[in-house]
Write a protein that binds this ligand. Structure first.
Ligand code: CA
Ligand code: CA
Ligand code: CA
Ligand code: CA
Length: 218
């Protein structure tokens, strides 16, 4: 291998590392009673990687679609040693609405919280979006009669019956399959740590076994 080729390969490797596949990995937006445990978890970052220049947005996709309901600047923040970053309610002070919204991690944000990117609510941003790039995004939907808007962020999670999922997580960190968690049970919440698919309970396994027996008898 020539030195030039080796240098090119090293540069390509470094580029792929600095642009590690960052994802929105888990979220909680509601719970019984007063919300205290809202969070959005990012994963796939470099250990200790800085989030300077990045902003976490919540963009409404149902009521006044296109409104940047929350804009959380991440300057000074960084991924932990395992590549996770959690924006939680305690530190951000943000209590997300329990309605359809998109979580969008952007770089180079030039807008403000409260900006409405879609004044005529036609599902298309009225002007160039106020950021330089989308790093990761996920859209939450519900199952009610109010149409949800899809701004094309790619990944859609929900509905949970008629509701917006209160808790959602990828079954593998930065994988491709979302699972909807429980509204009132936080035992499956893993902010800042690897996502875990809960083991089915003994009762659920018993039910599965019974269904199998009934099916075999038919
Ligand atoms: Ca709007
Ligand atoms: Ca529009
Ligand atoms: Ca809806
Ligand atoms: Ca997690």
């Amino acid at each position: 291998m020539t030195r030039r080729l080796i240098a090119t390969l090293v540069i390509a490797m470094l580029a792929s590392l600095t642009h590690a596949q960052i994802c929105v990995n888990e979220f909680r937006i509601s719970e019984p009673g007063t919300d205290t445990m809202n969070f959005v978890e990012l994963a796939g970052g470099m250990a200790g990687g800085a989030l300077d220049g990045h902003t976490l947005l919540s963009i409404s996709t149902e009521f006044n679609p296109g409104e940047i309901t929350f804009a959380i600047p991440l300057d000074g923040e960084s991924f932990n040693a395992d590549g996770f970053y959690v924006s939680d309610q305690t530190t951000s002070g943000v209590d997300y609405f329990g309605s359809p919204q998109a979580f969008v991690l952007v770089a180079g944000f030039t807008g403000m919280g409260g900006d409405d990117l879609d004044m005529d609510d036609d599902g298309v941003f009225d002007a160039a979006a106020p950021w330089s790039s989308v790093v990761a995004a996920v859209s939450l939907v519900d199952g009610d009669d109010n149409a949800d808007v899809d701004y094309g962020f790619g990944v859609i999670v929900g509905p949970d019956g008629d509701f917006t999922p209160a808790h959602g997580f990828l079954t593998e960190d930065c994988g491709s399959t979302w699972e909807i968690g429980d509204f009132g049970d936080f035992s499956g919440d893993t902010p800042g740590a690897t996502n875990v698919v809960p083991e089915p309970s003994a009762f659920a396994l018993l039910l599965v076994g019974l269904v199998g027996i009934i099916r075999r008898r038919r």
